[in-house]
Unconditional design. Sequence first.
Length: 257
Amino acid sequence: MKQSFRKIVPGVLVAVFLSGSVTIARASLTDIEAALLNRDYVQARKLAEDVLAGQSKSSEAQKAQYYIGLSQLRQAQYQEALESFNKVKNEKLGPQLRERVYLGLFDAYYLLEEYQQADATLQELLKEGDQPEAVSLIYFKLAKVNMKLAHWGQATGYLEKIVRSFPNSLEVPAVKQLLEEKHYFAVQVGAFMERRLAEALVDELKQKAEYAYIIESVDSQNRKFYRVRIGQLAMLKDAQALKNRLAKFGYPAQIYP
């Protein structure tokens, strides 16, 4: 009697045996994107590696390589993500994928605190090829990295350009917040939707002899946040030292801006 059955290797391969024949269904880009939407970055990378193995020289392979880098980025594997994005950067890419690769490279450099290289990456994106789709986002990222470099004038120029040229973009609420604030570095240790929680953290930090204060901000969905910050520092190195000290106390410290 002929028998048929299906054996599934989760998320990667599906093998169907029927009368001695075998059919292998490899992962697709749609599978990878679904895994990314579900924040299953380990699975997304496995699926992308499977696509890459079966399509070593194709547009699908380029996208799979990008998704490997994106999965690594989401898992805080910044150096590995940098290497993955660089593998595909110099290939002949479509304009949309090229833009996404460069944005991925920027994020990796930025999170590695290699701010000069992060800035140069987006400058290269703007100079070469077609006009990017996410221009507002690119200007916003350039503003943020120039703030890290203490290039306040250049950062302000990018922010004002967003408000002037892209008034309906998603970045505008954050842009307006940055334009209203003074130019200095601070370390943020918490963000809350309830003021009482922010005030409790401020009191806790003051008991540790840390001058903490609250900044109110509104996001793109008009939700109010109370952000707890420490310091008003002119030099990035001083903010980094403060961040390291706070991190030793167990606070999720982040340099702002």
